[in-house]
Structures are given as C-alpha cells and as structure tokens.
Design a protein around this ligand. Structure first.
Ligand code: ARG
Length: 459
C-alpha cells in the first residue's frame, strides 16, 4: 500500500526512491512484540472509555495476537512499501477486520506509538543486560575462589607495582560491573515513563485514559508534557552511555587478558573452544574473542555519538530524524549482549599458570613500597624511607639480588632502623599480609569481600 492510500490528501503515489529511502521496516521489525503489546493495551483502553465497543476490542486483540504469532513464526507478510512495522501491523488489521481495524489508531499517532514501543524495548533490554552482567560477576567470583591464595603482580603503567591477591583483582571487576548495573537500573527509571497518549504532539480531544494504559504496560509514570513525550530521546543517550561504560570495562579486561595470555607474559590460558588457530602458522592459538571484544568498543561509543548527533539542533517536537535513533541502539545492544554472553564463560573457564605467576611476582621488587612503609613504622620520615629503599633496590640490581635475599646486615648497612621483624614482610606473599587499610588487598579483608559478594550474588 502506498502513502496515497493512507491519506486523502495525496494526488500521486510516493516516489519509489523516497519509499526506499524512508523505510525503517528492517530495523523496527525488531519491536514487533512491543508494538503488539502496546496496541493491545491501547485497544482495551479505547473500549474502557467507550471509544470502541467491547466486541471491537476483542476482535482487535484477537487479531493482534494472531499477527504476533505469525510474526514469531515468520509467516507474516512484511511489506517495505508500508514504511515500518507499525504501519504493516495496522494495514494487516484493516485488511482482515475492515472498519474495526480502522479504529485502532484512534487517539494515537505513530509519534507516541513508536517511542512507547522503543521504551518498552529498551526496558526489556536493560533487564536482560542486568542478568548478563550478574552472570559475569558470578564468573569472576568463581575464578576468584579457584585461585584464592594466588598472589599476582599489580600494575601501574603496565609496570609491576605491588603484589596483590588474585581475588582482589577479580573483585575489582565485580565492583565495576556492579556500578554498570546500578547505572542501568537508574536509567531504567527514566526509560519507564509512558509517552502514549501524547498522540501527534499536543494530546487529543478524545476522552482517553492514559493511567489505564500505564498500568497495563507497567510504566512507572505518565510523561507529563505531550511535546516532551514525542520528542524526548535523552533516555537513549543515557542508555547508550551506560552501554558505553560496560563496553569500556569489557575492553580494558579484554586487553589485559590478551596481554596475560601472550606467550611472553604467560599468566593465563583460555580453553581451546574460545580460541582460534591461524591459517598459516600451525602453532598458533589466538584469543580472538578478547580481541573482538576490544575491537567492537567503538561500535558502542559510535552509537552514542550517532544518537547525540541526531538530537543536536532538533526543534520540538517529532522530526523524522528521530527514526535514526533505533539502528544504533539495537546495534549497540546486540554488541554488548553478545560480548557479555561470551565474557562470562571465558572468565569462569580461564586457567592461571601459577608457576609463571609465582616467577613474575618475584621480579620487579613488588614489596618495595611495603618495605618503605616498614621504615615509616620505625619512625623514618617518608621521603627518607623512600630514598633508602630506592637505594636498596639499586643495591639489589647491582648485586643481582631480590629484596628477600638481602641479609639483615646488608639491610642495616643502608638503614640501621631495620630489625629482625623485617624478614616477616619480605617476599610478595608476605608483603600482601602487611596491607591493612580498608579496601586494600589484605587477605582477611579480601576474604570478607568475597563473602559479601557471594551472598549478594547468590553463589
Ligand atoms: N517510521 C517512523 C519512525 O520510526 C514513524 C514515524 C512517523 N511519524 C511521522 N510523523 N512520519 O520514527
């Protein structure tokens, strides 16, 4: 059906090229479930206020449900000439129900319809993302539990910095992904406001009951201003900012594990089922999933930039530009969901090369800072202690020694404040024990954090 058939105003059919140019069907077909759900609520409301009869509502609902089944089974005939999924569904209703079908769009515009569907879609996506993120957090906990005692080098500037307990490292990601979940939950509140009833932009002179629709669709509130309702897309910006943060967290982790997984580093191995070989080099086993995770981050950030740019300079209210909001949102959602779906099993199945790690923590003078703090505890001013331990490190380098290999005499030759008890903190495993500040890698505190997260995440 061409545009002409939808309006008495047009004298000629739409130019084919315009039809193709404006068609959003291949994208918004993804919202068919939400469109049917919202249309059913709308039809029931129309009957409740007497704008259509009860029988008409029943006919509409039954047919909408049938169309939903057909769409699910892929038997519903989609016609790109009908611009989008909304017109396709309505056209089918009219074809099948005649005048009754012609009543569904009473007191409704595609402007409020589209954005209602979109909000429902994003709301569901947020709920799904929340469980995927929780799954990933659980995977980190599992991994932490498998290697509870392992001490790894912590890095700044990718240079060995201080020794940390491996579970402490895992929990850092649990915290990050928790904030991602919190942000999404907060964003959901603003997504979950109902625009339907704003009609084209000014509302309607018909006696609709928006509150009833709100209840049926599970929205928290009604959008209070019809102009705002059809034009607002800041919920997309917020949602995509949340997704971008998730993607950034994932990309940092992916990069780190690409490094750890490298032959040079050798801290961890990934199961074969998550890696691929090379077409020419027979020995290769590549961490492609991690690389793709890292490589797709730009798509998600790109989606945010795209929607922000669509919104830039848009006057009130609905402008066709807004049709461009969906592809980036759908694409970014798919990217992040696909990634999360693989990230969790990869994290859970990763294996540490403990021997290699033990060797690495011996290098890099990881306990130097703790040693400096030991001297501070003996009354040496911080800057002096810093300098003295620096000299010890240089001494070690000159004599090809590690800090735990120094004798008390050697230590004392640099600073007489060193006592017998210094031997209790030398060596990365012992140095870890020395930490005590809240939030530190102190094993006791880390164990408590593990317990707290276990009960919070139910594992
Ligand atoms: N396909 C369009 C979209 O998704 C429908 C908007 C219709 N509104 C309009 N005034 N043309 O945004």
């Amino acid at each position: 059906m061409s545009k002409k058939a939808w309006s008495g105003r047009f004298r000629e059919d739409l130019d084919r090229r315009v039809e193709a140019f404006g068609c959003s069907l291949d994208v918004d077909v993804a919202m068919f479930e939400q469109d049917i759900t919202a249309s059913i609520a709308h039809a029931e409301m129309l009957a409740a206020v007497g704008l259509i009869s009860g029988e008409e509502a029943t006919l509409l609902v039954t047919e909408l449900e049938r169309i939903r089944d057909e769409l699910r089974q892929g038997t519903f005939p989609l016609d790109p000439a009908r611009e989008d999924i909304h017109m396709n569904i309505e056209a089918a209703l009219i074809e099948r129900l005649g005048d009754v079908g012609r009543k569904l769009h009473t007191a409704r515009s595609r402007n409020d319809q589209v954005v209602t569907d979109f909000r429902l879609w994003i709301r569901e996506a947020i709920d799904r993302l929340d469980s995927l993120l929780a799954e990933l957090q659980r995977a980190w906990l599992q991994l932490a539990r498998r290697y509870q005692q392992v001490v790894i080098p912590g890095y700044t500037h990718l240079q060995p910095a201080q020794p940390v307990l491996f579970p402490h490292y895992c929990l850092a990601y649990v915290e990050k992904f928790q904030r991602d979940r919190d942000r999404l939950r907060d964003c959901r509140r603003r997504v979950n406001e109902l625009p339907l009833g704003a009609a084209a932009m000014a509302g309607t002179s018909l006696p609709i009951d928006r509150e009833l629709v709100r209840q049926k669709l599970g929205f928290d509130t009604l959008m209070a201003n019809s102009l705002d309702a059809v034009s607002a897309r800041d919920f997309c910006i917020e949602y995509l900012a949340c997704l971008t943060t998730v993607a950034l967290h994932l990309s940092g982790w992916a990069e780190e594990w690409v490094i750890w997984n490298s032959a040079t580093w050798g801290f961890l191995t990934l199961p074969d089922r998550f890696c691929t070989g090379s077409s020419i080099m027979p020995q290769k086993k590549n961490p492609d999933v991690l690389e793709l995770t890292r490589g797709r981050t730009g798509k998600v950030l790109g989606a945010l930039v795209t929607v922000a740019t669509v919104l830039k300079g848009l006057p009130l209210t609905y402008n066709r530009d807004l049709q461009e909001d969906k592809p980036p949102v759908f694409e970014a959602t798919r990217t992040v969901m696909d990634t999360l779906q693989l990230a969790a099993p990869i994290v859970a199945a990763a294996e540490l090369d403990e021997a290699r790690i033990r060797q690495a923590v011996q290098e890099g003078f990881l306990e130097a800072t703790t040693l400096m703090e030991y001297l501070i505890g003996k009354g040496v001013p911080m800057r002096t202690a810093h300098e003295l331990v620096g000299r010890l490190v240089r001494y070690c380098e000159d004599h090809n020694k590690r800090l735990p290999e120094l004798t008390l005499t050697e230590l004392r030759s640099i600073c007489p404040a060193f006592d017998e008890d210094v031997l209790g903190i030398l060596g990365p495993e012992k140095a870890v024990q020395a930490f005590r500040s809240v939030g530190s890698t102190n094993p006791e505190l880390v164990r408590e954090q593990l317990k707290r997260w276990s009960s919070r995440l139910g594992v």
